[in-house]
Design a protein around this ligand. Structure first.
Ligand SMILES: Nc1ncnc2c1ncn2[C@@H]1O[C@H](COP(=O)(O)OP(=O)(O)O)[C@@H](O)[C@H]1O
Ligand SMILES: [Mg+2]
Length: 208
């Protein structure tokens, strides 16, 4: 029997460290909700697991660093993936030198542009959902992601990160500016349209 250590318990999923063949892996297992009817719960778990795995595979194919998927079990709602033994961006960003923080934020922006070039919306770009390993920013947690080509969705995707940076890394208010620099550099469409959208979203929030 392989030993499994739970390293994280969230509302939707738990993460445990395990072995698959000879690889160190994590299993992301979606948990059942007692308030949902069993039949509906099974369907939701199965479809969310499938959607998350599909987006991860597509993102990886488009050149964004994402954990390798080894197995997907739609019945039990488990994605078995590469265990990224790096550091969460959330835990390191505040302790970097200005220069390194700038480089890292640009890289993050470039990766987001690569998603968006392929109409992949991550859905929850926070610094907890990015892991730095081998000098590359890996993205995890596509549970809220979708395929969508609208500028609005891309703007919302970036706005989530803007707010995450403002709340968790408020001392470093220039982080998002660097993210946008990287984004502009790598986006195939006109990034200014997306940036305009972000401004609109910010204003909407203010007058709500
Ligand atoms: N492939 C992975 N490698 C290493 N740690 C991971 C991996 N996937 C998830 N984690 C850890 O588990 C936490 C929760 O996983 P996540 O997919 O973000 O679940 P949730 O949807 O509940 O936020 C992450 O913040 C990260 O610390
Ligand atoms: Mg998460």
């Amino acid at each position: 029997m392989i030993k499994k250590d739970i390293i994280y318990k969230g509302a939707e999923a738990e993460i445990c460290v395990s072995k698959y063949m000879n690889y160190n892996v994590v299993e992301k297992r979606r948990v059942h909700k007692s308030y949902r009817i069993n039949y509906i719960d099974d369907k939701l778990i199965s479809s969310r697991t499938r959607e998350e795995a599909k987006l991860m595979i597509e993102a990886r194919n488009k050149g964004v660093s994402v954990p390798i998927i080894y197995d997907v079990d739609l019945i039990s709602g488990i994605i078995t993936m590469e265990y990224l033994t790096g550091k969460r961006i959330k835990d390191i960003l505040n302790n970097l030198s200005e220069k390194k923080r700038q480089t890292l934020c640009k890289k993050i922006g470039e990766s987001i542009a690569r998603f968006h070039n392929n109409d992949i919306i991550h859905g929850d770009i926070t610094t907890s959902n990015m892991i730095l390993l081998d000098d590359k920013v890996h993205f995890i947690d596509f549970g809220l992601g979708e395929k969508n080509s609208e500028i609005e969705s891309k703007g919302v995707d970036l706005h989530v990160l803007m707010e995450a940076l403002e709340s968790t890394h408020s001392k470093y208010s220039d982080c998002f500016k660097y993210v946008l620099e990287g984004y502009k550099k790598e986006l195939k469409d006109d990034a200014n349209q997306v940036i305009k959208k972000i401004d609109e979203i910010v204003k909407r929030g203010r007058y709500r």
